[in-house]
Design a protein around this ligand. Structure first.
Ligand code: NAD
Length: 488
């Protein structure tokens, strides 16, 4: 059963169906309500998928995988291009769904949708570049082939903060390399995935290649990650869930790819362009209401420019426009995702106050009558051992610590459980290069905001994850190497 997307979202809330084996399947159990975090309005209901239904999705993906793998990669890429074209055709409606269910501002939701279409095309371009190797053997008259092959069936478990893009980050490299996939979106933001499935159903993609099952983590998610028919679990989300997934995967020895939390340091040296640093750090902290794994969550600034940087940041924080993105444009940020997210941010600021910091601006809920809003909050006087410098806050809160040298800043930046991204602002090439050499992170941004490119490699160290995504190296995470020895 296919429903036209143009009739889909803006009307009254409706019940959505999983997409399994090329069909929209009726739910057999409980339905989960999806609401707008800015207003509390009901947007729709999705199925709480049972273990038996998850099993059916994995079996469908397995049944489809053999024929899918046998297709020339360029044909698989053709299906991906059909999907990206559908996304472009419905770019405005898809962005609208993201605005409503995640609370993202409209301009950023549109960037997310457009970037997703580009990302699918980018991964399709790899079809003619999936390379193996030919080696000489140690034996006479023998040649070795290193063939790059798909892993089989992939499970993609998604978070809520970039819900639409993350479908593509899992699906596109999986499919172009010959895998099939079962996606479980976050129960907070699943509707964009259900509408994506409707668009995908209008393409010629063979049944069973892409499957979508909804539900909570501890039920549908658990059934998926524990399924013995999965060859790779690619997960983006919190450290706690990532750690749990790795333990469950251990039972079946399933390969995992984990993109987890962050606590990105930004280093500002005394020779930095302070206007640039303030603008980039402010943008990095309020984008998606601070709910981005990549973005600067702690600042180390040299003493000489501390006051000047704080002054500039204070102005920018106080000029930050926030509200309900489903009715207002021209905002910097919307609400936090839910009550738990709001409570976590409020608790982090309360603790920072108790531990002796100064709240320069913000530091409280933003009372807009409804929604999970928190004021953009700038904190000074932070020190290394404080919780606000060590734990992911995931909100519009920025703590600042004074340092006296680049060496001290690098040492403090590295002294963290997290190792996803980092940044430095300086006009000195030697300082920038020292930071690039010595920062122990997956990514370092020099004199720019933290936003990764699709041809890079997004990978966290320490508790920020295992493996990575994007580019050639991300693509190859979805493959295995098969060695063939040819005598003769
Ligand atoms: P989360 O870990 O709470 O949930 C992520 C997904 O895991 C959801 O789909 C959820 O239903 C599922 N899940 C929860 N428990 C499960 C279980 N027992 N078994 C199987 N699945 C389960 O994370 P979240 O709150 O949705 O996302 C925010 C987190 O994601 C932040 O920590 C953020 O830093 C991180 N994140 C990381 C990246 C990255 O690229 N490194 C990108 C985006 C978000």
């Amino acid at each position: 059963m296919t429903r036209k997307i143009s009739n889909g979202f803006s009307e009254k809330p409706q019940d959505y169906r999983n997409y399994v084996d090329g069909a929209f399947t009726a739910a057999s159990g409980e339905m989960i309500e999806v609401t707008n975090p800015a207003t509390g309005a009901l947007l729709g209901r999705i199925p709480e998928t049972s273990a038996a239904e998850v099993d059916a999705a994995v079996r469908a993906a397995r049944a489809a995988q053999g024929d899918w793998e046998k297709l020339p990669a360029i044909e698989r890429a053709g299906f991906l291009r059909q999907i990206s074209a559908k996304v472009r055709e419905h770019r405005v409606e898809l962005a609208d769904v993201i605005v409503k269910e995640q609370g993202k501002i409209r301009s950023l939701a549109q960037v997310e949708v457009d970037f997703t279409a580009d990302y699918i095309d980018y991964m399709a371009e790899w079809a003619r570049r999936i390379e193996g190797e030919v080696l000489t053997s140690d034996r006479p008259n023998e040649t070795m082939l290193l063939l790059r092959k798909p892993l089989g069936v992939v499970a993609g478990v998604l978070p809520w903060n970039f819900p639409f893009f993350l479908i593509a980050r899992k699906m596109a490299p999986a499919l172009v390399t010959g895998n099939t996939i079962v996606i479980k979106p976050s129960e907070e933001t699943p509707l964009n995935a259900y509408l994506f499935a409707e668009l995908l159903a209008e393409t010629d993609l063979p049944k069973g290649v892409f499957n979508l099952v909804g539900g909570r983590g501890r039920t549908a998610g658990e059934a998926l990650i524990a399924h013995p028919g999965i060859d790779l679990i690619t997960f983006t989300g919190s450290v706690a869930t990532g750690s749990h997934i790795m333990q469950v995967a251990g039972r079946n020895l399933t390969k995992v790819n984990l993109e987890l939390g962050g606590k990105a340091p930004a280093i500002v040296l005394k020779d930095a362009d302070l206007d640039l640093a303030a603008q980039a750090i402010h943008a990095s902290r309020v984008i998606n209401t601070g709910q981005v794994c990549n973005c600067a969550e702690r600042v180390y600034v040299e003493r000489e420019v501390h006051d000047a940087l704080v002054e500039k940041l204070k102005t920018l924080f106080e000029e930050t426009r926030y509200g309900d993105p489903s009715v207002e444009d021209d905002l910097h940020m919307g609400p936090l995702i839910n009550q738990a997210g709001l409570d976590k941010v409020a608790e982090a600021v309360k603790m920072a106050r108790q531990q002796g910091t100064t709240v320069v601006t913000g530091g409280d809920h933003a009372d807009l009558g409804q929604g999970f809003h928190y004021k953009p909050t700038l904190i000074t006087g932070a020190t290394a051992e404080m919780d606000i410098m060590r734990h992911e806050t995931f909100g519009p809160v920025l703590p600042i610590q004074i340092v006296d040298s680049l060496d001290e800043a690098i040492s403090l930046a590295n002294d963290s459980d997290y190792g996803l991204t980092s940044s430095i602002y300086t006009r000195d090439l030697n300082s920038a290069m020292q930071a690039a050499r010595e920062l122990k992170f997956g990514e370092t941004y020099i004199n720019r905001e933290n936003f990764e490119a699709m041809q890079g490699f997004h990978a966290g160290r320490r508790k920020s994850g295992i493996g990575g995504a994007d580019g050639k190296h991300g693509l190859y995470e979805f493959t295995t190497t098969h060695v063939v020895y040819i005598k003769g």
